[in-house]
Design a protein around this ligand. Structure first.
Ligand SMILES: NC(=O)c1ccc[n+]([C@@H]2O[C@H](COP(=O)([O-])OP(=O)(O)OC[C@H]3O[C@@H](n4cnc5c(N)ncnc54)[C@H](O)[C@@H]3O)[C@@H](O)[C@H]2O)c1
Length: 303
C-alpha cells in the first residue's frame, strides 16, 4: 500500500460501531488494512435493550468489501471481555476507539440518579474499562493509540445535557493524563468532539444540514489519530461536515495580589475586568506551565 496511513497487521477495537459514527470509523479502518473488532450492544439511544444485529451487519459490510472484522456484543462496561475477544480473534490490540454512547437528556432539576448514573457508566466507566483492559498490552508491545469521543456539549455546555456534558469533558480529563502516562511506551491518546448526522442527532439538526453532516466526514481524523503516522498526543479536535480544528485551553494573564498583605473580595471586584481580560492570553501546555504566573507572583512579593 502506498498510503502512509495504513494498518497492516494492526488490530483496532471500535466501540459502539454498529451504527452512526462508530460504523463509519470501523469501515474506514478496515479499508486501510486493519483487523477490526466491531463492538456494539445494540440498544436504543437512551441505552435500553440490546440487539446483536447492529454489530453483525457492520462486520458483514466490512467482509463484503474484502476487509477483516469480528463482531462483539458486550457492553463497554464489560471492557475486559471486549479486549479479550480482540485478543482471541486477532492476537493483539493496537488501537482503541472509545465511541459508544447514549443520551438521557433532561434539565438538571428533572434529572434522576438513574439518568446521571447510566450516562456516566456508558461514557466514562465504559471508556475506562475498555482502555484499562487494553493498556497493559499496549505498554508491553511499546505501541498503542487511544481515541476518546468527547463532545462540544462538554466543552461549551448544552442546555439539558448536564449528565452528558459531565461525562464528555471527563473523558478529556482522562485523555490529558493518559497522554502523559502513555508517552514513554509510545501510547498516544487524543480526544475528538464530533458532529455528525446520526440517530443521536436526528430531529435536533435541520434535515438539509443533517444530510450533509455525514458520519464518514469524521472518520478520516479518527483513523489518522489511530495510525502509526500520527505523532499527536493529548489533543482535542472538533470535527464534522468536512472541517477539523484543534481546541486548547486559554487563560488570561490574570492579576497578582500581594500574598503576604492579603486582599479582599472588594479588591477582586475592583480588578474583575483585568482578571477576565484575554489580551496577551497564555496557553499552558502542562501543569508546570500552568503554575508559572502563580509562582512568579509569589516571587514578586517574596519577603
Ligand atoms: N452525532 C453527533 O453529532 C455527536 C456529537 C458529539 C458526540 N457524539 C458522540 O459520538 C459517539 C457516537 O455517537 P453517534 O452519534 O454515532 O450515535 P449512535 O447512537 O448512532 O451510536 C452510538 C452507538 O453506541 C452503541 N452503544 C450504546 N451503549 C453501548 C454500550 N453500553 N456498549 C456498547 N455499545 C453501546 C449504540 O448501540 C450505538 O450503536 C457517542 O459517544 C456520542 O456521544 C456524537
Amino acid at each position: 500500500m502506498s498510503e502512509s496511513v495504513q494498518f497492516q497487521d494492526k488490530v483496532v477495537i471500535v466501540t459502539g460501531a454498529g451504527g452512526g459514527l462508530g460504523r463509519a470509523h470501523a469501515l474506514l479502518f478496515a479499508a486501510h488494512g486493519a483487523k477490526v473488532l466491531v463492538n456494539d450492544l445494540g440498544g436504543s439511544t437512551q441505552g435500553e435493550g440490546a440487539n446483536a444485529s447492529a454489530a453483525d451487519r457492520v462486520v458483514a459490510e466490512i467482509r463484503a468489501a474484502g476487509g477483516i472484522a469480528e463482531a462483539n456484543h458486550d457492553s463497554v462496561t464489560e471492557g475486559d471481555k471486549i479486549v479479550q475477544n480482540a485478543l482471541d480473534a486477532f492476537g493483539r490490540i493496537d488501537v482503541v476507539v472509545n465511541n459508544a454512547g447514549i443520551l438521557r437528556d433532561k434539565t438538571f432539576h428533572k434529572m434522576d440518579d438513574s439518568d446521571w448514573d447510566l450516562v456516566y457508566r456508558v461514557h466514562v466507566e465504559g471508556a475506562y474499562k475498555v482502555t484499562r483492559a487494553a493498556w497493559p498490552h499496549m505498554r508491553e508491545q511499546g505501541y498503542g493509540r487511544v481515541i476518546f469521543t468527547a463532545s462540544t456539549s462538554g466543552i461549551y455546555g448544552n442546555f439539558g445535557q448536564s449528565n452528558y456534558g459531565m461525562a464528555k469533558l471527563g473523558l478529556y480529563g482522562l485523555t490529558r493524563t493518559l497522554a502523559l502516562e502513555g508517552r514513554k511506551n509510545n501510547i498516544l491518546v487524543n480526544a475528538i468532539a464530533p458532529t455528525g448526522g446520526t440517530r443521536m442527532t436526528e430531529g435536533l439538526i435541520p434535515p438539509q444540514v443533517f444530510e450533509r453532516l455525514k458520519p464518514e466526514l469524521v472518520s478520516p481524523l479518527v483513523v489518522y489519530l489511530g495510525s502509526e503516522a500520527c505523532e499527536e498526543t493529548s489533543g482535542l479536535f472538533e470535527v464534522g461536515g468536512g472541517w477539523i480544528g484543534k481546541t486548547r485551553w486559554e487563560r488570561s494573564l490574570g492579576v497578582g495580589f500581594d500574598p503576604e498583605a492579603g486582599f479582599s473580595p472588594d479588591d477582586v471586584a475592583a480588578h474583575w475586568a483585568q482578571i477576565c481580560d484575554f489580551e496577551g492570553a497564555v496557553h499552558p501546555k502542562d501543569n508546570i506551565e500552568a503554575l508559572k504566573e502563580m509562582m512568579a507572583n509569589l516571587q514578586k512579593f517574596s519577603l
